[in-house]
Design a protein around this ligand. Structure first.
Ligand SMILES: Cc1ncc(COP(=O)(O)O)c(C=O)c1O
Length: 396
């Protein structure tokens, strides 16, 4: 029997959703011997399985509460832990300003539902995080781009609903916005009547240099209190503890959080009770240790990738030098299309993510994203050598 479903019988927004060709190609990455720089997921060897085993066991021994429905806002001790963490970053708040979400990906979806009507303007850097574009696109915005340069926001946008930024070690570029650029972002949001969505997925993974204050903290300094601020800070335990439990949060002004809570309630009632309890226990005991361990591992891999690029890159290739996070962004000579290059790369058993996926308008074909998060240093070295050899052949 054939399905009666087709693009005319489902919603316009779902009809517009397409699986990307790239994701299809990346399914080949499970092939034995494949060196994949594509993923960008945390190294599973960093997951503290014993800490999780005992935290689940303790949560279950507390009685049936861990298996019961719970409030949409989230598990109170975890919200309090997160509020303390936010205060340490200069985001003065209490637990009433924290909504627990199903990863920060759900936060982006809830914010899209809260802020975006069809045709609303969403401002992003180009390139930006592909998953944010996927979440927001369901609500049919118009995308406009902004560039920050020495504390100036370069854009001709005058009105917008959302300014979305990954200020620390961005996915996909690895770049960090300076404090001046963050202030310019806030000023732009105020002028345009937008909220800032500050996606802090990689903030903890700084390998060197001074922390830059979150936009949410700068906003509170300027506006006087979190309830007068216009920033929604999206945090996550995915890159520090483990992504599989799907625990993230939104921190922001009460008026917006109340609406977001209603939207979440309609979507999933609440985030899994036991996973919140377990995350609280593991974070309370292990957060700083886990972050330190992750930084040591990822820093060595970042160094290996930058060393290999410096050693093997042909003339005409350039790349970012991230001070943290999981990604290096590579720019090829103009004439090389990174999606076509990927097909050849896969034949030679290595892979990366072509750049166009990260641009709202699908441009950026001569860029690509490499992640060093999963590979040992010697494999990174050989993989980058193979990549540079391929690019050299393409240039010739
Ligand atoms: C910039 C950025 N934001 C959000 C996410 C989603 O993370 P999670 O839903 O696991 O918190 C990711 C995942 O890779 C990301 O790179």
């Amino acid at each position: 029997m054939t399905s009666k479903l087709n693009d005319q019988t489902i919603s316009r927004r779902a009809a517009r959703m397409r699986a990307s060709e790239i994701r299809e190609l990346l399914k080949l990455l499970d092939r034995p011997g494949m060196v994949s720089f594509a993923g960008g997921i945390p190294d599973p060897d960093l997951f503290d399985i014993e800490a999780y085993r005992s935290a689940y066991s303790e949560a279950l021994s507390d009685g049936d509460r861990s298996l019961q429905y719970s409030t949409t806002e989230g598990y109170q001790p975890l919200r309090r832990w997160i509020a303390d963490y936010m205060c340490r970053k200069g985001v003065t708040c209490d637990e009433s300003h924290i909504l627990i979400t199903h990863g920060s990906q759900q936060a982006l979806d809830l914010i899209g539902k809260l802020m975006i009507d069809p045709g609303s303007t969403v401002v992003t850097l180009a390139p930006t995080y592909l998953g944010a574009l996927q979440s927001f696109s369901a609500y049919e915005p118009e995308y406009r781009s902004v560039r920050f340069q020495n504390g100036v926001a370069e854009t001709n946008v005058t009105a917008a609903r959302v300014l979305y930024l990954v200020p620390d070690f961005a996915n996909p570029t690895g770049e960090t916005l300076s404090v001046e650029d963050r202030k310019a972002a806030l000023a732009l949001a105020r002028r345009a009547g937008a909220i800032v969505v500050e996606d802090a997925a990689y903030t903890e993974l700084r390998f060197e240099g001074e922390n830059v204050p979150p936009i949410a903290a700068l906003d509170i300094q300027e506006s006087g209190s979190i309830d007068d601020s216009c920033t929604l800070f999206c945090g996550t335990f995915s890159k520090t503890l483990a992504p599989g439990l799907r625990i993230g949060w939104i921190c922001g002004p009460t008026a917006l959080l109340q609406k977001l809570t209603l939207i979440k309630q309609a979507s999933d009632l609440h985030t899994a009770t036991i996973n919140q309890q377990v995350t609280f226990r593991v974070a309370a005991d292990n957060f700083e240790i886990a972050v330190e361990k992750a930084k040591v591992v990822y820093r060595k891999r970042r160094d290996a990738m930058l060393r290999a690029l410096a050693a093997y890159a042909p003339e005409g290739l350039s790349w970012t030098s991230p001070a943290g996070g999981l990604f290096v962004w590579i720019t090829l000579p103009d004439q090389i299309d990174s999606a076509k290059l990927l097909e050849k790369a896969v034949e030679r058993n290595f892979a990366f993510v072509p750049g166009a996926a990260f641009y709202p308008d699908g441009s950026g074909r001569n860029h690509l994203r490499m992640s060093y998060s999963l590979l040992p240093e010697d494999v990174i070295d050989q993989g980058i050598k193979a990549f540079c050899d391929l690019v050299r052949e393409e240039i010739a």
